[in-house]
Write a protein that binds this ligand. Sequence first.
Ligand code: WTA
Length: 659
Amino acid sequence: MVERNGRSHETSTPSGSTLSPPDSFVEQANVADPAIHERFETNWPDCWTRAADLLSWDDPYDTVLEDDDAPFYRWFSDGRLNAAYNCLDRHLESGRKNHAAIRWEGKQGERRTYTYQDLYVEVNEFAAALRDLGVEEDDVVTIYLPMIPELPIAMLACARIGAPHSVVFAGLSADALATRMDAANSEFLITCDGYYRRGDAFNQKSKADNARIGLEQDVRTVVVDRLGDDMPHVLGDDEWDYHELCAEFAGETVEPVSRNAEDMLFLMYTSGTTGQPKGVVHSTGGYLAHVAWTSHAVLDIKPEDTYWCAADIGWITGHSYIVYGPLALGTTTVMYEGTPDYPDRDRLWEIVDRNAVDVFYTAPTAIRAFMKWGPDYPGRHDLSSLRLLGTVGEPISPRPWNWYREHIGGGNCPVVDTWWQTETGAVAISTLPGVDEMKPGSAGPPLPGIDAHVIDSQGEAVKPGETGYLTIARPWPGMARTLYDGDERFVTEYWQRFSDPDADEWRYFSGDTARIDEDGYITVLGRVDDVINVSGHRLGTMEIEGAIADVDGVAEAAVVGRSNETGNTEIYAYVSTEREREPDASIRSAILESIEAAIGPIARPAEVIFTPELPKTRSGKIMRRLLEDVANGEELGDTSALRNPEIVGEIQAEVGDGS
Ligand code: WTA
């Protein structure tokens, strides 16, 4: 490896340019052993003890993996531990209680720092309060909070008493919250009065109130007062003020509940192929081991670092890499409530500069926005503290990848393009920044111990350069254990397609397509199921279509993703109205309102295109793929298999008009 001016050495290969990490990075990397891939391979599954050994166990495990009930795998299953203990108590015991755990940057410029001791105190008080409200081990506690410190505090308080949390993204609607609470039969809710979006105060409590109306179960609710006089609220029956509750339990400590490694740590709802969101179940031991290990090996996090993952804790990225991973390693994790462009487009770089952030992790959508805004914004700040950059959530093409490395990383930070999912729990495909060469546009090889393959519909490995399905053959510790809605759905959603249960051969299907190159580097292309990835948020087309179909006068709807000029995915909705109903502005706004009410503003389509009919196959199936091609202005293949091919021209004209 040759280092030139502190930059990494670049070589050109037939598959594109390859960059090696700078020597200065490799020298200090948590994992720099070139033989690590091989070591994991020859020692599988015991290799994963390297991850589990990053944790403190109450009872050590003897068994690494139990696979007799596949695909319901069990990891470290005779061990016991507590996740909150691992994220808090053990750091106090090792003399790091005054080290900053969370640096919170509020939307209005407020700042709060929690040391590990502060966080420990707050988590204990709130854990005591939850117990007092009647929360018992294994009760599902729903958390519906924006990016305020009470969110991770509530999560850790739940973990401490062994109550799985189910965090619902604060931007989702009342209906979406109700659906999730109903599915999990959750009787406890933690929410707030409201929060600021840009300059405005938004009412969160009224959404929570509306959700509760429709629920059969009684719900006990804790309300965090975020806005004070900006959003006065009254507490009703079964409602408590967060700060008053904590004051009542001031100074109390709660013994962390020793959980079996396989006990549920949390539940996270995500969109799937049917209208009903899937409740992905994560374990305590395997999940925490996998997130701690990837925080260490992929994000190269060290306890003395200031680390920032600019995601929302309401999604899996924030669970794994704002809360559990970094806190398990005892580092300082930055938590930002606002948006990248408020009050100005240099907001993130101002935060990096002021906090001397070492490792920064964000999504390609954000990077494409930074690129569009231009290098002057990051140029106003000193970003030289950065050592490593990461991206997650969507494919990133070489141009934004290179821009990120150059203008944010100053040309000398490795960039890790990390592929994973709510269901994988933690990163599964990425370069190891201290070991592997980087290829812009490709996530990289599967991580050591992850048995990912790109295969064709027959289950055979595709040749380098060809497209296939991204699957994982052997289990891994952070994997989802099941779906809360039932084991059967878990098997149908993820395993059925490529497994042979009779031969006891199991293969996980990610729902993504990918290409693999001659070096085993995987480029993830996108989803093949009915999921649209908008700014790294997974939205189910069926959920959106259901909301449109609820509008009076709508006959049918189909929703697809379209890549706009910036490379971001937008939602296009094709709608046909009933014969007697003319499409007009009122039905258009009713559609948008219905989507916001059912899911939230993130699911708002960029375009609603009215068409007399949707294109269908002879068997009556809507041809979504064709509609996607129309939306993307792509050349259309053979449409002769359609029952109504004449409609395609009309739709094309309509889409053309709209743009
Ligand atoms: C996509 C987010 C390409 C993919 C952690 C996956 C990616 C879905 C990448 C999971 C990446 C995530 N390159 N695509 N580096 N990372 N994806 O569950 O389609 O919100 O299946 O988890 O995001 O989204 P989820």
